[in-house]
Design a protein around this ligand. Structure first.
Ligand SMILES: [Zn+2]
Length: 496
């Protein structure tokens, strides 16, 4: 039996986990630094404990307490270029259009959603002009017939900027990052009331625009779509149109992020959490089939949807000194009584996440701008934090850069169940990308939220983990490229 290699990553696990790891591994606890002596002298290696950021202290911008995956130099540079002043400028411009309600006027150059649409298009086009044709900008429009919160036929337009991937084997793999540029006051069908929408959701649009600016000057293997959608407040109309069109066209959207209400880290009660972002990730897939549900009921997997794997990657590469942020994965699709533009993507079977500030202030969402008893209501720029928004954008950009450079999720990953055995046999299809150098098997106890162990297994498509029963652990497999980029984990299906 060959011994898997050991990847050099420091472990930050708690004692409980370390003890457990040692018992499981039997083990070359090479990276369990404080406990090295305790582990020394054992021989079999079943992998290396991964850093577990969940078990570290809150970020507060400190490198030594964060996940240890090194940030590639050019990604660090890219994140540094992201500038709060640009974020501020975008938000103030969007607010200056008075209202961006989807039902507002579309042909006034100074007020209404049409003015916002045209301005966003010009901004994306200015960015695309520097890309030698790699980025293209389009308005995706359709007429929404009367429906909930749509009293009259209404043109809904998404502003879509597409940065084409450089690798032929990967350019058909698409990542979408979006915010919604429509807004509302207290009444969602009032087309004329002032609806500044600085946080909801000029913040998300500003983040997307700043990502487009810095990412458009870099190379990525896969394609990235930077998008500002309309109709969110009326019922997710713009994102629904994009997602259904994409599905009908057979597009491979390998991951989608919506940034919605990422503007402030201060709650109504004054509590403040400026180095944290919430990432909502569904467990049981919205689009799960009956067959998939049967498998899940039989052997589990409710914590291993493609969206959860995507969220784990965001946490893995988004928590570091270059972002200064901690990523809190929330185990639900969205907040109570509310939804977002990731949901139409989930409905089409695509993995998708929602980024949102850690605490919300409801006095500054969906409110008519007014002062009552000395308290100011309304979604105004004075209540958003441009530096915070930029940090959230950096988390997005770090994750997108990794996703668009890393190999795809290995296809057809399966856990071989032909025999009852205490070893675990895994198999998957070879990735198509020419720069794939190998694969990693990851695993964790069934009660762990994040992958805890990794086994580099080389450039193979089958691997048997000796002495670890598939009954007792969750396993996954991911591909690694020549630059060390790791894609999201494939959660294997049982197969004979
Ligand atoms: Zn919103």
């Amino acid at each position: 039996m060959s011994r898997p290699g050991v990847e050099a990553r420091p472990a930050l696990g708690a004692v409980r986990s370390v003890r457990h790891a040692s018992r499981v591994l039997g083990a070359s606890c090479v990276l369990l630094v404080p406990f090295l002596a305790w582990c020394a002298g054992t021989e079999a290696s079943k992998g290396t404990r991964l850093a577990s950021a969940e078990q570290t202290q809150p970020a507060q911008g400190r490198d030594d307490e964060l996940s240890s995956r090194p940030v590639p130099h050019d990604v660090r540079e890219m994140l540094r270029e992201m500038n709060p002043r640009n974020v501020e400028s975008t938000i103030r411009t969007l607010v200056s259009f008075g209202t961006r309600n989807t039902l507002s006027v579309q042909d006034d150059p100074a007020r209404g959603i049409g003015a916002a649409r045209d301005w966003l298009r010009s901004r994306f086009e200015a960015i695309a002009a520097n890309t030698g044709g790699r980025m293209t900008v389009e308005l995706q429009s359709y007429v929404q017939q009367p429906a909930s919160r749509i009293p009259v036929p209404t043109v809904i337009t998404n502003v879509v900027a597409t940065l084409k991937g450089r690798q032929p084997e990967s350019e058909g793999r698409v990542y979408v990052v979006s915010g919604h540029y429509d807004s509302m006051c207290g009444d969602p069908v009032n087309p004329t009331c002032d609806a500044p929408g600085a946080n909801d959701d000029a913040s998300g649009v500003a983040a997307v625009l700043e990502m487009a600016r810095v990412m458009s000057t870099r190379d990525f293997d896969a394609t990235i779509v930077f998008m500002a959608v309309a109709g969110e407040e009326q019922g997710l109309y713009g994102s629904t149109y994009f997602a259904t069109q994409a599905k009908a066209a057979g597009r491979n959207i390998a991951g989608m992020f919506t940034n919605d209400i990422i503007g402030s880290s201060r709650a109504d009660d004054g509590s403040w959490d400026p180095f944290k972002v919430r990432v909502f990730a569904e467990g049981v897939p919205t689009a799960e089939t009956a067959t998939e549900a049967n498998t899940r009921r039989s052997v589990g997997g409710e914590n291993d949807s493609p969206s959860r794997q995507l969220a784990r990657l965001v946490k893995d590469v988004g928590e570091n000194s270059a972002t200064g942020m901690k990523v809190d994965i929330i185990y639900r699709r969205d907040r109570y009584r509310r939804g977002g533009d990731h949901i139409p993507f989930l409905q089409q079977g695509y993995a998708a996440l929602r980024f949102t500030e850690p605490h919300e202030n409801y006095a500054h969402q969906h409110q008519n701008v007014r002062t009552e008893d000395g308290k100011v209501y309304g979604d105004l720029p004075e209540f958003v934090d441009f530096a915070y928004i930029t940090r959230v954008a950096r988390v997005n950009a770090a994750a997108l850069a990794t996703l668009a450079r890393a190999p795809a999720v290995p296809g057809n990953a399966r856990i071989i169940t032909a025999q009852l055995t205490n070893d675990t046999e895994l198999a998957w299809d070879a990735n198509p990308e020419p720069d794939v150098t190998g694969y990693e098997v990851v695993y964790r106890e069934t009660t762990e939220p994040l992958w805890t162990h990794v086994i580099p297994v080389g450039n193979v498509t089958t691997y048997t983990v000796p002495g670890l029963s598939k009954d007792n652990y969750f396993f996954g497999v991911r591909a690694v490229d020549k630059d060390g980029y790791r894609g999201p984990v494939a959660f294997p299906k049982p197969a004979p």
